[in-house]
Design a protein around this ligand. Structure first.
Ligand code: HEC
Ligand code: HEC
Length: 161
């Protein structure tokens, strides 16, 4: 059921839908609870998790976290944008929480090799409109970062293995 949108083994084939493969188990578990409770509103997933017990959410999280991470995007690289993204990720200390190789841990999601479009959308949402079900630490981390920089960050992470 999940794979219809999130792709085979959780490797999404749709630019606006995140891959779930190799996301930390705790992160997935937290998100699934928020989605089920309607605290994180995802219209496409409305009702999908209704009545699904915690044990099954844990099993889903376990399954997707154990899958092989998506391959880094091989879409054409804009070298300057990539480098700006890489430097900004370093100077803004994204790696202190997401880990230096951006593979995530515990409640912090993996960014490496996630879809560029999804990353750009979600970064914008965290910065401009961190609704319910969104951790406020991310809005703080993106404070003062402009649109062009969000694009550079997404460009860089999508192409990071
Ligand atoms: C009809 C399509 C669809 C189906 C089916 C679907 N999802 Fe999703 N899911 C989405 C979309 C779209 C998003 C991202 C929304 C956004 O832009 O923030 C999402 C987001 C998520 C997220 C949050 C990711 C994040 O970082 O915030 C998780 C976790 C997730 N889905 C798990 C699942 C699981 C597990 C299933 C199967 C039980 C499932 N989804 C079924 C479309 C779907
Ligand atoms: C203080 C810790 C912390 C720092 C620093 C931080 N993040 Fe995060 N980030 C998180 C947490 C926790 C989440 C999950 C938030 C949630 O559950 O709503 C997250 C979520 C995200 C997501 C959403 C991923 C998805 O799959 O939905 C992106 C993209 C992201 N961070 C990018 C960044 C970037 C870029 C930086 C540096 C500018 C950064 N983060 C700095 C803790 C941090």
């Amino acid at each position: 059921m999940c794979m219809a949108c999130h792709g085979p083994q959780g490797v999404s084939q749709v630019p606006s839908i995140p891959s779930l493969a190799a996301q930390p188990k705790t992160y997935l578990e937290n998100k699934l609870v928020l989605i089920r409770e309607g605290l994180r509103d995802i219209p496409a997933m409305k009702g999908t998790l209704e009545g699904v017990p915690d044990t099954e959410l844990t099993a889903l999280a376990q399954y997707f976290s154990a899958q092989i991470a998506p391959k880094a995007s091989t879409a054409k690289r804009d070298l300057q944008s990539f480098q700006r993204g890489q430097e900004l990720a370093k100077s803004a200390l994204c790696g202190t929480c997401h880990l230096p190789d951006h593979r995530g841990r515990d409640q912090v999601p993996r960014l490496a090799s996630q879809h560029e479009t999804y990353l750009r959308n979600v970064l914008q949402e965290y910065r401009d409109n961190p609704g319910p079900g969104r951790d406020t630490v991310m809005a703080a981390a993106l404070y003062g970062i402009n649109d062009a920089q969000l694009k550079d960050l997404a460009h860089f992470f999508a192409r990071s293995p």
